[in-house]
Design a protein around this ligand. Structure first.
Ligand SMILES: Cc1ncc(COP(=O)(O)O)c(C=O)c1O
Length: 383
């Protein structure tokens, strides 16, 4: 059998300015990144609070490996402690950890509809801009996948009204990863209630950053208003890795029976679980860092508007500038690199066709002069 298609596809990606390559990072903080011996100002990190630079010590040195699946001998007390702490803080009965947010999202959706007789009477309603992991989960579930226009509650309502599915699941991100805007949680919750649907929120980019204590998009909600399923990830503001899925006891018990990623994969490292818990405790006392981050966001928005940069309606650390053309976006990103700024060009299929963008992420670690320099460099490069 011939595998020539590999070269054909690589060539096509290259021709369309969509080829992905990796850069080996020699050193990185939320402020700086060193690649090939050159140090750049880092405006592409998801370590929004700059916590990656702070050292943490866990109570006791935990093992690096969990040695097996959580259902065999891989479920250690460090993981249980992290789950219990998150349940208490976020107001859920039960939780389970995954080594990656991608796996958490896709596997939970797939497992929820694992029963064919349930799936054929089910529909999954997803925001058009939902993360690939959420879409992949729905594509692998046997339920109908219904997309609604981004944050458009009228469109979602009409889709729900037209559906005669018995089991409805609405899925949205709390903060959208490539646009930086927030989901209208109150309206999503009320539509879910009206249509007897479940609501699942992926708060990968809200946890740590939003809410008075950094508990994310759902912090201000009352117990009755909480989404049925909440996913938080540890690879962004927590500056660790992995994810936690929270829900009712029955839901988590169900996942323990049917979630194939959880059952057939080595459980999260106890060392990561223990260090992650220490980080999350620090996040709750990081009001000063959140205040500085918000001041940086406000400064960027103010400077961008003074210079007529076309930013998006985002109040979060994710501040994209959509240029449209992938080639131009790559070119601008290269120009910025020459000026010492690392800003990744985000291109299709990560974002929709003709919406290639510079995804600027601001962090607590940036200074006002870094942000001034970023904006003046952007103005020059976009001329
Ligand atoms: C919204 C969203 N959900 C889930 C994920 C996946 O999380 P992880 O990086 O832990 O696999 C990401 C990260 O890329 C994300 O942006």
């Amino acid at each position: 059998m011939s595998f020539d298609f590999i070269n054909t596809h690589l060539h096509a990606r290259q021709q369309q300015a969509l080829l992905r390559t990796r850069h080996c990072v020699e050193h990185a903080t939320a402020h700086e990144i060193t690649v090939a011996g050159k140090c750049y100002l880092n405006f592409a990190s998801n370590d929004y609070l700059g916590l990656g630079e702070t050292s943490i010590t866990a109570n006791q040195l935990a093992p690096l490996g969990s040695h097996s699946s959580a259902l065999v001998t891989g479920y250690h007390w460090q993981q249980q402690q992290l789950e219990q702490s998150l349940c208490e803080q976020l107001g859920y009965q039960a939780a389970m950890l995954f080594s990656a947010g991608f796996s958490a999202n896709s596997s939970v959706i797939k497992a929820l509809f694992q029963d064919q007789s349930v799936a054929q009477h089910s529909a999954i309603f997803q925001d058009k801009l939902n993360h690939a992991s959420l879409i992949d989960g729905a594509l692998h579930a046997n339920a109908a996948l219904v997309r609604f226009k981004h944050n458009d509650m009228n469109h979602l309502r009409s889709r729900l009204e037209k559906s005669n599915a018995q089991h409805k699941l609405i899925i949205s991100e709390g903060v959208f990863s490539m646009d930086g805007d927030q989901a209208p949680l109150a309206e999503l919750l009320s539509l879910a209630k009206q249509h007897n649907a479940w609501l699942m929120i992926d708060d990968a980019h809200g946890f740590g950053v939003l809410g008075n204590s950094g508990l994310g998009s759902c912090e201000a909600l009352t117990a009755e208003q909480r989404p049925d399923i909440l996913v938080i990830t540890f690879g962004k503001a927590v500056a660790s890795s992995g994810a936690c899925v929270l829900g009712s006891q029955a839901f988590i018990d169900y996942m323990l029976q049917f979630n194939r990623d959880y059952i057939y994969s080595t459980a999260m490292s106890p060392l990561i679980a223990s260090l992650t818990l220490a980080r999350i405790k620090a996040i709750q006392h990081a009001d000063d860092k959140r205040a500085k981050l918000n001041a940086n966001i406000a400064l960027f928005k103010q400077l961008a508007s003074t210079h007529n940069l076309a930013i998006m309606p985002s109040n979060t650390p994710i501040q994209p500038i959509v240029l449209g053309c992938a080639e131009q976006t790559l070119h601008v990103s290269e120009q910025l690199k020459q000026q010492g700024i690392w800003l990744t060009a985000i291109r299709p299929p990560t974002v929709a066709h003709n919406t290639a963008r510079l995804r600027i992420t601001l962090t607590t670690a940036h200074t006002p002069s870094d942000i001034n320099y970023l904006v003046s460099s952007l103005v020059g490069a976009l001329k």
